[in-house]
Design a protein around this ligand. Sequence first.
Ligand code: UN1
Length: 485
Amino acid sequence: MKVYKNYINGRWIESSSKKTFQSLDPATNQSIGKFQLGNEKDVDSAIEAAKNSFKEWSDTPAPKRAEILYEIVRLLKQNKQRLGRLVTTEMGKVLKEGLGDVQEAIDIFEYMAGEGRRLFGYTTPSELKNKFCMTVRKPIGIVSLITPWNFPTAIPAWKLSPALICGNTIVFKPSSDTPLCGIEMIKILEKAGVPKGVVNLITGPGATVGKRMINHPDVRGISFTGNRGTGEFILKNAGIKKVGLELGGKNPIIVMDDADLDLVKEGVIWGAFGTTGQRCTAASRVIIHKDVKEEFEDLLLKDVEKLKLGHGLKSSTDVGPLINKAAVEKTHKYTSIGKREGKLLTGGDIVKGQGFFYKPTIFTDVSSNARIAKEEIFGPSLAIVPINDLNEAIKVANNIEYGLSSSIYTNDIANAFKFIDKVESGISYVNSSTIGAEVHLPFGGVKGTGNGTREAGIEGIHEFSETKAIYIDYSGKLQKTQGID
Ligand code: UN1
């Protein structure tokens, strides 16, 4: 079996632990390879490399850094099929989504490469004569990137591309469920000409590798996507480092009585069961007007029961496996909770045999305070909550600790605008599902979803840079601000 290595200072090397772990294809339980069980010492070496390469990389003009990013785009495009198949094999999502994952990485690298010729600051008048004021963007320094398994190329790319274009140097830890996707991404960066030491990769556990990436005194910034508990741990342990967090959601689709129910059905199936429900943006609640609830449930059930589970590489498959055994157990635990809290319409079973498969599951007549209506399951499990009007729908939508994505289906423009105004989420959709954000818009959420930062788009540049304010006095005399003579 192939043994993969860590990447430190431009070299592929073994961990000082001399230990490895395996990554599995979640559809077959077959091993994909062995990976280094990294430790604190490996992280220290990676940070040392990042420190030594910082001056040269941050001194490189941003348009020159962009040339390397454009080359990464070219290589990702050239390798899209291969990488898409790898995403499907290591993470489980169906191939068209595996390819979408890689496309999202291509899109963000392209966007950030363009930023190499912008990285805008601004100019602004001074309160005094003969004085010029402006801002510029500077890199933060060494940044730690810790990424999840559900978008194993796209999310690393959301973080790597802005970090690189802004001139930071990087230590990157991919999820231990998808280390190979992380390694293949770094191989592309290496081939594209990212200088040694600028990007370093360590595989291994959060408790050792991740923790050191957070508390190392030379790290200036941390970007993390993953679960809430880890996010809170990072905030408590990061000291005064700049931290960006994206910690999940419990995303609602509101369905009003004037909605096109066929359109809703497609959006609900895509949002709830696409990626087997394993998106932070997945639609896990349908908040529906009681007058159309039954008609909608009939429509929905007919199609959900036709969904085919299987290996994501098979073209007949609609829904792939969950990522691992723990995910199956968690989804099933919520099924038993759901059976006490609502009415099971379909699913609710573990699929026996190879792989981590779970039947698409729907509960109805769930109250907005039920645990299955409030807690993130991160699996193919949907709760339907009936409501009487828009105000109640928005109240229910907001009755959670998270605030990532939300959607409304309505043909009444007033409903749509009231929803946009009042729903508590970082991303809102009208007449479309809760998933499928585009990379040039900010991604992130309010309340328990994060700490106020956003990634992707121009906000990704803000996440990975700091603003410097500059004053140039050409009056030739001492001028004092705030009216002091
Ligand atoms: C995630 O699940 O963390 O908006 C990312 C979407 C995708 C990204 C999801 N573009 O659904």
